[in-house]
Design a protein around this ligand. Structure first.
Ligand code: SAM
Length: 321
């Protein structure tokens, strides 16, 4: 059983969500379901692949700018959405006003337990409270009530780009309702640039991305009892210009009939040969576009910190209340 299903106790809901996604046009899968223990570990290796420039650029920017970012909002508490194993928090934690609190939020319980081990050695003076939760859901008391303000919320690892426009809007609305005036929001922003380069980040020569996305079918077979044949799908990456995003999915190599046991209405889904099952989107942004979206939710951009190649940017905003 995956971490997601166990935590929420909502296997039925997950099953319904998967059935709806598979039956939709285009068929797609919920992004958060990708993150079981296996894929969490695999992602640590993907981040190091030469093609995956996003992680490298973000890490460089964090090392270069963490001091000014934390000073700007005088943060005492760092809340990290989709923290993974917490590597990105380390440069920021060094500059938080002591005594500091770190609240990493993730659906992957294996990421959170590895994070705790890492932090114990790297930053022993920080008080760490892991929060196993879905960042798209209203904040649990552990997030709302722990740590002194002002807080700095970080959303790094290009995860902002994995949200569809409606989901991005909902997340900003949720943050606006959960933060206090003066709290900061630091976004890792993958910028719009050359399409071939953006696509190739998801086509590493070592094949780790392919393994990551194929594994999501294994997750569904294991947790929901579906009958996906992993040999019948191929990694598929494309640039969708109108939506300004890379789409990553699995292309059916032959007609597929997918069984979703226990689902009352759409228990069997037909995926014809050539059909692409979308597993994730990776939206690319312009700085102006994000300023507008943030200001619509009461956030004012304080700093734009792009890298010299113009491929990635850290954006610091302040909640105006
Ligand atoms: C692209 S990784 C980024 C990890 C880390 N921030 C980094 O920069 O290396 C996305 C992370 O978000 C987590 N995640 C995905 N969807 C989530 C959700 N709805 N709620 C909480 N965590 C989520 C995943 O488990 C994963 O650790």
């Amino acid at each position: 059983m995956s971490a997601v299903a166990v935590q929420s106790g909502a296997v039925l809901q997950v099953r319904a969500e998967v059935a709806t996604g598979l039956g939709a046009e285009p068929p797609h899968l919920p992004y958060r379901l990708l993150w079981d223990e296996h894929n969490t570990a695999l992602y640590d290796r993907i981040r190091e692949q030469p093609e995956y420039y996003l992680n490298r650029l973000e890490m460089q920017l964090l090392h270069a700018h963490s001091r000014e970012v934390t000073a700007d909002c005088g943060a005492r508490t760092l809340i990290e959405l989709g923290s993974g194993t917490g590597e990105k928090a380390l440069p920021l934690l060094r500059h938080l006003t002591a005594p500091a609190t770190y609240l990493p939020v993730d659906v992957s319980t294996s990421a959170l337990s590895r994070l705790t081990d890492r932090l114990r050695h790297a930053s022993p003076s920080t008080s760490v409270h892991t929060v196993a939760a879905d960042f798209t859901r209203p904040w649990p008391p552990a997030l709302r009530e722990t740590g002194r303000r002002p807080a700095l919320v970080t959303f790094l690892g290009s995860t902002l780009g994995n949200l569809l426009p409606g989901e991005r809007h909902d997340l900003l609305a949720l943050l606006a309702g959960s933060l206090e005036p003066g709290d900061g929001l630091l976004l890792g922003v993958p910028l719009l640039h050359d399409a071939q380069v953006m696509v190739s980040a998801y086509q590493d020569a070592a094949g780790l991305m392919e393994a990551f996305y194929l594994h999501c079918l294994r997750i569904l077979n294991r947790d929901l009892g579906t009958n996906f044949d992993l040999d019948a799908y191929a990694h598929h990456v494309t640039w969708a210009a109108p939506e300004q995003r890379v789409e990553i999915g699995l292309r059916a190599l032959a007609d597929q009939s997918v069984l979703i046991p226990g689902h009352p209405t759409s228990h069997r889904v037909l995926l014809p040969r050539g059909q692409v099952l979308r597993a994730a989107v990776a939206v690319r942004f312009t700085a102006e576009q994000l300023d507008d979206e943030l200001s619509a939710h009461g956030f004012e951009t304080v700093r734009r910190l792009p890298d010299t190649s113009g491929r990635y940017m850290l954006l610091l905003a302040r909640h105006q209340g």
